[in-house]
Every structure is written in structure tokens, then in C-alpha cells.
Design a protein around this ligand. Structure first.
Ligand SMILES: Nc1ncnc2c1ncn2[C@@H]1O[C@H](COP(=O)(O)OP(=O)(O)OP(=O)(O)O)[C@@H](O)[C@H]1O
Ligand SMILES: [Mg+2]
Length: 249
């Protein structure tokens, strides 16, 4: 495997003291990899990546980014440390133009590099350049997610962490989001992705973990996990993983 960028070890985290939601979860993400976290509803997937991003209190375990311990780092310092988190919702400023959304995301860049970096984002996301003066709230669902991802990528993060970028989108926009992620992949960005859409996520991912009750229960090569009927039956519920009906208790 490639050199490890993100190394999460035995993480325990939760919203109230003594009530862990994440219960000893460990994952690694190698440089340039797309790693997918799957799991049933309420498994703690969002809590897990929010804890990594400094948004949920951690009671045990460590988060290493390029070997640096960022376990106790506050959320607002994460971008500077190299971790960009895109939450599931409220990941853009709807009243600001697309361009202003990009500009305000450039906080840690040198002033003189900002215009060129914004242009690079427009090259990577051509839909956005056509809408540069549009209020972000008026974008389609798919374009909004593009903007959210562009805002995260603009500062050259070491790892991009995404919570369900395809959630709530119509099928057309779901495809758009996954095409975008497949495109980003070619530029060697390291991605940790939580997704309900197991099939599409495993199609673009390198490896995947299945999180159950706050713990990583399975790990595998993404393409192989997709064909693992036990995983399908146990953890992915009705998601169509080619499982024959009637096999499960
Ligand atoms: N802000 C919060 N305060 C308290 N408990 C929370 C909070 N957010 C989530 N939880 C609880 O944590 C548990 C795991 O939720 P989480 O959202 O992490 O799961 P998930 O795997 O992302 O689920 P989904 O597939 O529905 O997105 C749930 O029992 C949920 O009620
Ligand atoms: Mg979630």
C-alpha cells in the first residue's frame, strides 16, 4: 500500500461524556487513495469522520495526519493542518456568489496565489465557471456539491473528508457527484468518503471499511467488498448487492 496519510487508531468519540458513539474504530488512508466508509444507518459513520475533523469530542485513540498527532486539534485548525472536511449539508454559503464562496475558502493561501487557484478550480469544475456570479443557493444539487468540494480542494489539503456527498440528490446529480469524485481521483487527491450509495462509492474507491455500532468490522478492496454477499446481507440492508432473497434469517 502507498504511504499512509491518515492513520486513525482505536478512536472512541461521542457527544456526551461516557456515551461513546464511535467505539474503537481504526482506519488508514494511503496517499492518493479513495477510502470508503460504509455501514448501516446510525452506525456512527458521520460521528466518526466528524471526530476525525475535530467536531465530535474524542475520549480515546489517536488521529495521525502525515505522522502528526492531530487528535486534540480544534476543528478550525484542521484546514491549516491539511485536513479538509465537507459536511453533508450546509457546506456552502447560499447567499454568496459561487466566486465569493471560493474566495472565502482561500483563507490559508497567500493572497497573490488566490486568483490563479480560483481559475484552477474553474478548470477542474467547468460547471462552476458558467455560474460564477450566481448565488450558490441557486445552483442545482449536484453543482452545490461540486462547489463544496472545490471549496475544500482549493487549499491543497492532504486529505479530503466527505460525508455523503450524494445524499438527497436525484439520480442524475448522484451520477454527477460520482463522476466528479472519479475525476478528482485522477489528480491524486487523497479522499476519505462516507457514502450510503455503496455501489457507486465502491466503484470509485480503492478500499472500504464497514462500520457497525461504532467499530470497523470489515475492511477490504472496494471491488471485492462489493461482491461479498455476507457484507451485503449483514450490513448493507436492502442495498442491491446481488444478494438472493430468502437467504438471511
Ligand atoms: N449531535 C448529536 N448529538 C447526540 N447524538 C448524536 C448526534 N449526532 C448523531 N448522534 C447519534 O449518534 C449515533 C450515530 O449517528 P451518526 O449520524 O454518526 O450515524 P451514521 O452512520 O452517519 O448514520 P446515517 O447513515 O443515518 O447518516 C446515532 O445514535 C445518533 O442518534
Ligand atoms: Mg451520517
Amino acid at each position: 500500500m502507498s504511504e499512509t496519510v491518515l492513520d486513525v487508531r482505536d478512536l472512541e468519540a461521542g457527544y456526551e461524556p461516557g456515551v461513546p458513539i464511535v467505539r474503537g474504530a481504526s482506519i488508514t488512508v494511503g496517499r492518493g487513495e479513495i477510502v470508503v466508509v460504509l455501514g448501516p444507518n446510525g452506525a456512527g459513520k458521520s460521528s466518526f469522520i466528524k471526530a476525525i475533523a475535530g467536531l465530535v469530542p474524542i475520549s480515546r485513540g489517536t488521529v495521525l495526519l502525515d505522522g502528526n498527532d492531530i487528535t486534540a486539534a480544534p476543528a478550525h485548525t484542521m484546514v491549516r493542518l491539511g485536513l479538509a472536511f465537507v459536511p453533508q449539508t450546509e457546506n456552502i454559503f447560499p447567499l454568496m456568489s459561487v466566486e465569493d464562496n471560493l474566495k472565502v475558502a482561500c483563507g490559508i493561501l497567500e493572497r497573490r496565489e488566490i486568483p490563479a487557484r480560483i481559475e484552477e478550480m474553474y478548470v477542474a469544475f467547468p460547471d462552476l465557471v458558467r455560474q460564477r456570479r450566481t448565488a450558490a443557493g441557486n445552483l442545482s444539487g449536484g453543482q452545490r456539491q461540486m462547489l463544496a468540494v472545490a471549496r475544500a480542494l482549493i487549499v491543497h489539503p492532504k486529505v479530503l473528508v466527505l460525508d455523503e456527498p450524494s445524499a438527497g440528490l436525484s439520480p442524475k446529480f448522484v451520477s454527477m457527484v460520482f463522476e466528479m469524485l472519479a475525476g478528482i481521483r485522477k489528480s491524486s487527491v487523497t479522499i476519505l468518503l462516507v457514502e450510503q450509495n455503496a455501489k457507486a462509492a465502491l466503484a470509485i474507491g480503492d478500499r472500504a471499511y464497514v462500520l457497525v455500532e461504532g467499530k470497523d468490522r470489515h475492511e477490504g478492496v472496494a471491488s471485492e467488498l462489493w461482491n461479498d454477499p455476507m457484507i451485503a446481507e449483514l450490513y448493507l440492508g436492502q442495498r442491491p448487492l446481488h444478494v438472493e432473497k430468502g437467504g438471511a434469517a
